[in-house]
Write a protein that binds this ligand. Structure first.
Ligand code: ADP
Ligand code: MG
Length: 433
């Protein structure tokens, strides 16, 4: 048995006063042991940051027990350190001094202090920026300084609050690699990492356990173990299976895939059509649903608020449900945690979430497998049309292919050339689908 570091038992957090009082965190229990890298996933407002603050002792919980090494935690947790999404640096100190300060507080003397600070900056890719001031740096670079500073403290428990979400794609990827190397090769004395993330692939890439939360009230809804060795191959089927499983949890999927989604063309069973909707309209619907105070929306009122025809709304809500972004029951529609995550995500993250869900739809699976088997991963429109002629009536075939192309383009799975009418399989980030 590995050593238990942190234990949260039945944590509740309430905020506000009087009628405004509400439960932000409800009955959360969580244990972190030596060797655990845990990712905390869930929509904005489900209490992730609150939990990190409680764990690091920056705020006491309204009720419940926080134990560190089996002792109740009082005040700031000396074993934990947090990296925030946007790390507050001291603006009057140079980059190296910002890092050195953390070492000085720890009692590291010169000349080792400067050497170590330089080494840490080097590791996060800031070689050459030692004497720069925070205001001269991009957001991404400032985050790297924040990382270097947190590493300098050598915390036993490293808490990361969406540490990569403000970074550009390449910086984020390189910093993830750095963190993983430090962690898996035991180059830092840190015994456990708790990382808040909005990014499902990132969580599956880094963590060994994913804790999924939902909001209103903020609570844990599921845990998912990822027993893949590092370094993980994003292209491997095992990796994709875990990604899909986490998506399924967030989408609240309860029925088996085949039952929920129907089958692909050519397979026995009912081929489920794609509802013909524009991604922009779908995004608009999800944003609208995410705005309201009440998580449940009456479909009838929604129709009035959005000013759309019943048929359009039906197609939109069907698409939202098919992709796992919303659930519909008794005339109400409600966003799933995945739908909330989508509504709050950046353009790029939205594309990733969408692409992940799109890949599993039988129609798209079928299209991708046809293209994969074709020369140069390309097929003419009329080849696809002919292949679908046993499944759908002619006008439906056109709508299905249009929708596949529109959705596939947005998710960057497919490319389409209008003049030659050629559909091409896109190889996203060297990921062969
Ligand atoms: P997350 O990090 O998952 O987005 P937070 O922990 O920041 O969630 O917030 C959870 C809920 O508590 C949100 O509704 C938020 O508005 C509210 N909240 C957070 N901090 C405070 C606070 N200090 N006072 C009042 N409400 C707060
Ligand atoms: Mg937060």
């Amino acid at each position: 048995m590995s050593e238990t570091l942190l234990q949260l038992k039945n944590i509740f957090q309430e905020y506000g006063t009087g009628v405004r009082r509400f439960t932000a965190v409800e009955n959360v229990s969580l244990t972190l042991s030596d060797g655990d890298f845990v990712a905390l996933l869930g929509p904005s407002g489900c209490g992730k940051s609150t939990l990190l603050r409680i764990i690091s002792g920056l705020q006491p919980a309204s009720s419940g027990t926080v134990l560190y090494r089996n002792k109740p935690l009082h005040g700031v947790n000396p074993f934990a350190s947090i990296v925030f999404q946007t790390f507050a640096l001291f603006p009057w100190l140079s980059v190296i001094d910002n890092v050195s300060l953390a070492l000085q507080v720890k009692g590291v003397e010169e000349p080792e202090r400067s050497k170590k600070a330089e080494d840490l900056l080097d590791r996060v890719g800031l070689d050459g920026f030692e004497s720069a001031y925070p205001r001269e740096l991009s957001g991404g670079m400032r985050q790297k300084v924040g990382f270097a500073r947190a590493m300098a403290v050598e915390p036993e428990l490293l808490c990361l609050d969406e540490p990569f979400s403000a970074l550009d794609v390449l910086s984020a990827e390189s910093l993830r690699g750095e963190l993983l190397e430090l962690w898996t090769e035991g180059k830092i004395p840190t015994k456990s990492i708790l990382m808040v993330s909005h990014n499902i692939e990132e969580a599956v890439f880094l963590a060994d356990r994913i804790v999924v939360m939902d909001k209103e009230p903020g609570r844990i809804i599921a845990e998912h173990i990822i027993n893949l060795p590092h370094p993980r191959n994003r292209k491997s089927p095992e990796f994709q299976t875990h990604v899909d499983q986490v998506y399924a949890i967030l989408a609240g999927q309860t029925r088996p895939e085949k039952e929920e989604l129907g089958t692909a063309p050519g397979e026995p069973g009912l081929t489920r059509r794609l509802p013909e909707v524009e991604i922009n309209d779908l995004a608009g619907l999800l944003e609208h649903l995410a705005e309201g105070e009440n998580p449940k929306h009456d479909l009838y009122i929604l129709k009035e608020n959005l000013g759309v025809e019943s048929n359009d709304l039906l197609r939109l809500t069907e698409a939202a449900e098919l992709l796992g972004f919303a659930s519909i029951s008794k005339g109400d529609i409600e966003l799933t945690p995945l739908g909330q995550t989508y509504a709050e995500a950046s353009i790029l993250a939205r594309k990733e979430i969408f692409a992940s869900r799109l890949r599993r739809l039988p129609m798209m699976r079928w299209m991708v497998s046809m293209l994969r088997a074709a020369e140069n991963h390309q097929l003419k429109w009329n080849v696809i049309e002919a292949a679908l002629s046993l499944e759908f009536p002619p006008d439906e075939i056109e709508r299905q292919i249009d929708t596949l192309i529109n959705w596939g383009r947005y998710g960057e799975l497919l490319a389409y050339d209008d003049s030659s009418e050629i559909i091409t399989l896109e190889l996203v980030r060297d990921k062969v689908l």
